[in-house]
Ligand binder design. Sequence first.
Ligand SMILES: *Cc1c(COP(=O)(O)O)cnc(C)c1O
Length: 426
Amino acid sequence: MSAPYQASASWAEQQDAADPLRTFRDEFLIPPHEGRDSHYFCGNSLGLQPRAVRAAIASELDYWGELGVEGHFKGRLPWMDYHEFVRDDLAAVVGAQPSEVVAMNTLGVNLHLMMVSFYRPSAERYAILIEQGAFPTDRYAVESQIRFHGYDPAQALIELAGDGPNGTLSLEAIERALAEHGARVALVMLPGIQYRTGQAFDLQAIAALAHRHGCTVGFDLAHAVGNLPLQLHDSGADFAIWCSYKYLNSGPGAVGGAFVHERHAEAALPRFAGWWGHDKHSRFQMGPQFVPTPGADGWQLSNPPILALVPMRVSLEIFRRAGMPRLREKSLRLTGYLEWLVRHELADVLDIVTPADPAQRGAQLSIRVLGGRERGRALFDYLMAHGIIGDWREPDVIRISPAPLYNRHADCLAFAQAVRSWHSLG
Ligand SMILES: *Cc1c(COP(=O)(O)O)cnc(C)c1O
C-alpha cells in the first residue's frame, strides 16, 4: 500500500489538480511575494479578499451617490434590512436557524452585549468559568463584567488550567471543575477553538454539562466560524459570538456576529437596547417604549454599517457555493498533509502543539521549534522573508493555517521545504 501522502512537488500538484474545490482559489486575491503568490497561512487571523468585493462595494457607493437617503428603500439590496441579506448564509455556516443569528458590531462588543443578558450573577451563583490563557479580549471582558456587577474576580473568575499535552483541556477537566464549582458558576464561557493551541472543543458536550449544573453557556467562535462545521442550534448553547475577518474572509475589522438560542427568542431578557433591536414593524413609530424584535435581531443597537457588510455578503455567498461539509473535507486533507510533513519530514526541527486527533482541531496547526523561543522566532522571520505567511504567538508558537478555500497541498509542501532550507543553514 502506498503512503497516504508524499513529500514531492508532483504528488502535491496532482492532489491540487484533482481537488473539486480548486477553482475557489481564483476568487481570492493572493498577496504576492517577489512577483509570485505568497503561501498564505494566515486565514485564521485575516482571511483573504474575495475579488468580487471591490465591485460590490463600488455598487453600494453608486447607489449612495444616485439615491441618497432613498437607498434605504431602493436599489438592488435596499439598506434598511441589509443585515437580513447575510442572515440565511450565516445561519448555514454556524448551523443555526436564521432567527438565531445576527451580523452586528464586533466580537468584543457582542461578547459584552451577550453577557449583559446571560451573565446575571446572584449571591449564590456569581462565577464565570473560562480556560486559562484565554484570548485577552475574552479575559478582559469577563473580568470587567464581574467587577461591573460588584464581584471580585479573585473569587468569581475560575480559570481552568489545561490538563492535557501542551496545555490542551480535556472534557473530563471541565466536568471535574463543574462538579467542584458548578453550584456557584453563573456562566461557562469557552472557545470553539482555542487560539493558541488550536484545540477544538465539543460544544454540545460542554453545553450539556454546563446546563446540568444550572449554568448558562456561551462560546467564542472567533477561530471556529467558517473553519469547522458547527451545529449551534443543536449544541444547545445559550449564546455565541464571533468575528468575521478570520476564516470568514469579510475584511479587516469586519462586522461580527452573535447567536442567541431560539429558547430565548421571546423571553424579553434584560439587555442594552437600541432602536434597531426594536420590533421592526413599529420601529418608525419612534415610541418611547422598547419592544424587542424576537430572536437575535432584538440585540441590535444601530442601523447596520452597509459598506462593512458588503464583503461579508460576498464572502458568505462563496461559502454557500462551497458548503461547509466539502470545505471541512478538504480542510481535513490539507491539515492532515501539513501534519504528516511535519511529523515525517521535520520531526528533528518541529513539534506540534495542536491535538493529533482531527476531530479536536480545525485548519490550524500550532507549531513549536525544538531548541527554544529564539530559534522559533528565527524560523518565523525566515518564513516571512520567504513568502510563507503564518503568525507568531508569544511565547513560542508559530500558527500555520491552510484554509480550504484558497490553500493548496503545494503551499503545505512549500512550508516544509522552507523549514528544511532554514534548518540546513544551521
Ligand atoms: C480574534 C479574536 C478576538 C478579537 O476580538 P475583536 O473584538 O474582533 O477585536 C477575540 N477573541 C478571540 C478568541 C479571538 O480569536
